[in-house]
Design a protein around this ligand. Structure first.
Ligand code: GDP
Ligand code: GDP
Length: 472
C-alpha cells in the first residue's frame, strides 16, 4: 500500500481559498470519462454547476451534496480541447506536450484540493500517461484514489481493474455512463474530502421500523414470545384482508422505536398444536427471514434441536441472514441439561460462532428484555461501513500481527482491502494469489476485522480477489 497517498497528515497545508467545502479534483488523460463522471456526480446530487473561467479555460466546479448539505466541491480539470485523443494515439513524441498541458491544468486545481481522483479508462488499460500522473500525485502526497471508468458492469470488473493496482492507489471500478458503482464512489470521494457523513445518514434511518422474523417449530413458544415482547406497547395488529394468514404483521412501539414481527400468522394461532414434531416449512421460514432485518430462531429447551432447526441454521448462515437463537422454556429445563443443550447448539453453529444464543423464558420473563436490544445491535452491525483508509491501515496491522503462511514456497501478497457492501458487511481483499490463502488464515482475517470494527454478531462476507503484483 502506498501510505503517502491515503494519509491526510501528508496532505499539504490547505490553500488560502480552500475555505468552504473541500475540493476533490478529477484528474486523468483526455477521453477517460472525466466530464461524464463530473456530470454524473453533480446531477445525481442535484447540485449547482457553474463555470469558473479564469483559472484554466474550461475547468468546471460543482457542489456535491450529501444529506442536503454541501459535502465537497468536485473539480473537472477539463479535457485538452485540441484533438487530444488523436495526438495521444499518435505516439510518444506528441505525448510530452500533452503531459505538460494536463499537468498544468491539474496543478492549478491541486492547489485547493483535499484529494484527487485519478480517472483511468478500464478498456484502454494502463497507459504510460496514467503511470506518469499517478507518480506525480504520489509525490504531492495528496489523498488519492484510482477510478477505473468504463467498467460497464460487474462481470469484467476484476479483469479490467487488475493492472491498475500497480499504481499504488485504492482502486474503484465505475461506469460513469451507466452509473455502475456510483454510490460507492460518491462515498469514497466524501471520505477523501474528509467529510464522510455516513453516520449522519445512519442517524436519519435510526427511527425506521425494525423488522423481525420469529421462526421455530410449532409449540416452541413463538406466539408467547411475540406477545411478551410486544406486550402492552402493541399498537396495531394488522391483518390484511383477502390475503393468507401468513401475511399478518404485529407492530409495536418501544421507547419511541417501531418494530414489526413479520408473518406471525402461525405465531398468533392460539389453537393448541399437539404434535410438536410437526414439520414447519423451511422455505416459508426463509421467506419470512427475507422480509425481516433480523431473524429470531426459537428453540424449545425441553425438546432440543430438531433436524429442521439444524437445516434452518445452516441455511441462515450460508445466506448471510442476520439471526440469533433463543432457547425458550428455560424454566422447564434442569440447569445441567440446559448447559448441555447450549453446548450442542454452539457445536452446530461452529461455522458461524458470531451468532448469539440466548436462553430465555416467555413464561417467567427471564432475559426477555435482552432480546430486542440484541436484535438492534445485530442490525446496526450489518450496516457498518468502514472508510477505505482505515481498512487499509487495519489490513497492514493484521498482516503484520500474523503473516500469511508459506504455501508452495511463497506467501500470498495482500495489496488492498475495500468494503464492497453493507448488510452484510462485505470485505474484498485484493491478493496476489488467493489459492495461497488457506481457510484458517481467512478465518483469522475475519476474526481480526470483526474485532477491529466491532462486528460481533452480524454475518460478514470476506472475499479474496486475484490482483497483479505491485511494481514498487
Ligand atoms: P474526458 O475527456 O476525460 O472528460 O472524457 P469524456 O467524459 O468526454 O468521455 C470520453 C468518452 O468516453 C465519451 O465518448 C464518453 O461517452 C465515453 N464514456 C465515458 N464514461 C463511459 C463509461 O462508463 N462507459 C463507456 N463505455 N464509455 C464511457
Ligand atoms: P408457538 O406454537 O411456537 O407459537 O408456541 P406457543 O407460544 O403457542 O407456546 C406453546 C406452549 O408452550 C404453550 O402452552 C405455552 O404456554 C408454552 N410456553 C411458551 N413459552 C414457555 C416458557 O418459556 N416456559 C414454559 N414453561 N412454557 C412456555
Amino acid at each position: 500500500m502506498n501510505d503517502t497517498s491515503s494519509s491526510p497528515e501528508n496532505a499539504p497545508p490547505a490553500a488560502p481559498f480552500a475555505a468552504g467545502p473541500p475540493h476533490i479534483v478529477l484528474a486523468g488523460r483526455p477521453n477517460v470519462g472525466k466530464s461524464t463522471l463530473f456530470n454524473r456526480l453533480i446531477r445525481s446530487r442535484r447540485a449547482i454547476t457553474h463555470d469558473r473561467p479564469g483559472i484554466t479555460r474550461d475547468r468546471m466546479e460543482g457542489i456535491v451534496r450529501r444529506n442536503g448539505l454541501p459535502a465537497y466541491v468536485v473539480v473537472d480539470t477539463g479535457g485538452v480541447t485540441l484533438d487530444a485523443h488523436a495526438a495521444v494515439t499518435e505516439g510518444p513524441e506528441t505525448l510530452r506536450g500533452f503531459e505538460e498541458d494536463i499537468l498544468r491544468q491539474t496543478e492549478t486545481a491541486l492547489l485547493a484540493a483535499a484529494g484527487v481522483a485519478l480517472v483511468v479508462d478500464g478498456r484502454d488499460g494502463l497507459l504510460p500517461l496514467d503511470e506518469y500522473l499517478a507518480a506525480h500525485l504520489r509525490r504531492k502526497g495528496l489523498p488519492a484514489l484510482c477510478v477505473v471508468n468504463k467498467v460497464d458492469g460487474v462481470e469484467r470488473e476484476d479483469e479490467l481493474t487488475a493492472e491498475f493496482h500497480s499504481l499504488g492507489l485504492p482502486v474503484i471500478a465505475v461506469s460513469a455512463e451507466h452509473g455502475y458503482n456510483m454510490p460507492l464512489l460518491a462515498e469514497a470521494l466524501a471520505e477523501l474530502a474528509g467529510r464522510d457523513d455516513k453516520p449522519a445518514a445512519e442517524d436519519a434511518r435510526h427511527n425506521a421500523v425494525l423488522r423481525l422474523a420469529m421462526l421455530g417449530r410449532p409449540n416452541a413458544g413463538k406466539s408467547s414470545l411475540v406477545n411478551a415482547l410486544s406486550g402492552e406497547e402493541r399498537m396495531i395488529v394488522s391483518s390484511i384482508a383477502g390475503t393468507t394468514r401468513d401475511s399478518v404483521d404485529v407492530r409495536f412501539v418501544r421507547n419511541g422505536q417501531a418494530y414489526v414481527f413479520v408473518d406471525t400468522a402461525g405465531v398468533r394461532r392460539r389453537a393448541r398444536i399437539t404434535d410438536s414434531v410437526e414439520k414447519y416449512s423451511v422455505s416459508s421460514a426463509l421467506k419470512s427471514s427475507g422480509k425481516a432485518d433480523v431473524t429470531l430462531l426459537v428453540l424449545d429447551a425441553t425438546e432440543g434441536v430438531s433436524q429442521q432447526d439444524k437445516r434452518l441454521m445452516d441455511l441462515l448462515d450460508t445466506r448471510k441472514i442476520p439471526f440469533l437463537v433463543l432457547v425458550n422454556k428455560c424454566d422447564m429445563a434442569p440447569r445441567a441439561a440446559l448447559k448441555q443443550l447450549e453446548k450442542n447448539i454452539r457445536a452446530m453453529l461452529a461455522f458461524c460462532p458470531h451468532v448469539p444464543v440466548l436462553p430465555v423464558s416467555a413464561k417467567t420473563g427471564l432475559d426477555l428484555r435482552k432480546i430486542v436490544p440484541l436484535a438492534e445491535k445485530i442490525h446496526k452491525e450489518c450496516r457498518v461501513r468502514v472508510p477505505t483508509g482505515r481498512l487499509n491501515r487495519a489490513m497492514e496491522e493484521v498482516l503484520a500481527r500474523h503473516q500469511p503462511p508459506v504455501i508452495k514456497r511463497a506467501r500470498a501478497k495482500f495489496y488492498y482491502l475495500t468494503q464492497a457492501e453493507t448488510a452484510p458487511p462485505t470485505f474484498v481483499f485484493f491478493v496476489s494469489d488467493p489459492e495461497r490463502v488457506p481457510e484458517n488464515y481467512a478465518r483469522y482475517l475475519e476474526r481480526a476485522l470483526r474485532q477491529l470494527f466491532g462486528i460481533v454478531h452480524a454475518p460478514m462476507r470476506l472475499r479474496l480477489r486475484p490482483s497483479h503484483k505491485k511494481k514498487q
